[in-house]
Design a protein around this ligand. Structure first.
Ligand SMILES: NC(=O)c1ccc[n+]([C@@H]2O[C@H](COP(=O)([O-])OP(=O)(O)OC[C@H]3O[C@@H](n4cnc5c(N)ncnc54)[C@H](O)[C@@H]3O)[C@@H](O)[C@H]2O)c1
Length: 334
């Protein structure tokens, strides 16, 4: 028998978690959960031999399960994380961790009481080969000192918030659902800390379509080192799904483009910059799971640690708060 037994809740992006666990020799996916009959029928055909259930509770209380992957709708994450911790299970949770600051603080407190439990989250852009290359260039000093960084999450799929579950749950935030990836990417790339944010939002693109929250949010970020930045969650754009990223340093500028990225190393207008064609995104949704399992086995830290999750979420909570007030918001780290 394999040493770690896994249950997965939610078979949308959660289906991608299966391959992540199966890629690890010490894991076995033993249960899948979805409250959709169609998804369970699909799972029965695709994954014979794996136990199926429509009730997340059943899986969260199963003493034979060591790891729970939570890929349910955003509004269920908190409650399922709490149950998982109470039942001594390691957790891989889709972003966002949860929807409210007090929920995050409670999760933090529960985890502190059970330090042996590991948790990671699917902040997947860190594994994109193109961004890994960028990270190495920053670390090696190729860009010089960073002074401005910006990341736009161009979602390009308005129908997902006007027609799907995202528009139907009690609260949905494009910051937590989209900008979270860029906030995490900027924190990881810079190794800096965001101390203060200001933000604006609107819902022009989804007007009259029944979506009750901002579909567009832009935020200015002040980092501890003096670096400044900007992130946007642009869910209404007429544009391909894309993570736009520009990193400006004193020696070079990196710009992620639709066709390829470019590294500009000269202010000479005759220089067009160096093409970077390293794959982007170039990753599958379950790829962070291998390092998460390694962390449970005590071999190496997960690519996305508990600290990373709380830092990213703390910034996202501040951005969401700033969209509702005219002043900037200091980031309170949970
Ligand atoms: N990391 C990423 O890049 C990424 C990408 C997409 C979605 N997500 C996140 O994954 C989660 C799911 O989104 P999705 O796009 O897969 O949605 P989806 O609608 O494609 O799939 C979700 C599935 O989970 C099931 N489900 C939801 N809540 C459940 C519950 N409480 N119990 C049992 N089954 C449940 C639904 O029936 C559905 O089949 C969201 O939190 C979303 O933010 C992350």
């Amino acid at each position: 028998m394999k040493s770690l037994r896994v249950g997965i809740i939610g078979l949308g992006v959660g289906e991608g978690h299966i391959a992540g666990y199966q890629s690890h020799p010490d894991c076995e996916v033993v249960a899948l959960c979805d409250f959709s009959d169609d998804k369970l029928a699909m799972a029965k055909r695709q994954y014979p031999g794996i136990r199926l259930t429509s009730k997340a509770d059943e899986l969260l209380h199963d003493p034979d399960i060591d790891i729970v992957s939570i890929a349910s709708y955003d509004n269920y994450h908190y409650q399922q994380i709490v149950q998982a911790i109470e039942n001594d299970k390691h957790i891989f949770v889709e972003k966002p961790l949860c929807l409210y600051e007090n929920e995050a603080a409670h999760i933090r407190q529960l985890l502190q009481q059970k330090p042996a439990l590991k948790m990671s989250s699917n902040l997947i852009l860190r594994l994109s080969p193109r961004f890994l290359q960028l990270k190495r260039m920053i670390t090696d000093g190729k860009l010089g000192q960073l002074f401005y960084v910006e990341g736009d999450y161009n979602y390009g799929r308005l129908h997902k918030i006007t027609e799907g579950w995202r528009g139907k749950i009690d609260f949905y935030s494009v910051v937590y659902g989209g900008a979270v990836h860029l906030v995490d990417l900027l924190l990881w790339l810079t190794g800096d800390r965001i101390v203060e944010v200001a933000a604006y939002g609107n819902a022009i693109a989804s007007r009259g379509k029944g979506f009750r929250y901002n579909d567009m949010v832009v935020s200015i970020l002040k980092f501890k080192s003096g670096l400044i930045g900007k992130v946007a969650a642009n869910f209404g754009c007429v544009y391909p799904h894309f993570h736009a990223l520009s990193i400006y340093g004193t020696r070079a500028t990196f710009v992620n483009g639709l066709e390829h990225a470019t590294l500009f190393e000269s202010r000479d207008p005759a220089q067009t910059g160096k093409k970077i064609t390293t794959p982007y995104p170039g990753i599958e949704k379950g790829e962070l799971i291998y390092s998460f399992v390694e962390s449970i086995l005590g071999r190496s830290p997960a690519e996305v640690t508990v600290e990373d999750i709380f830092q990213t979420m703390s910034v996202c909570f501040a951005i969401e708060k700033a969209t509702h007030q005219s002043d900037s918001v200091m980031v309170t780290y949970i």
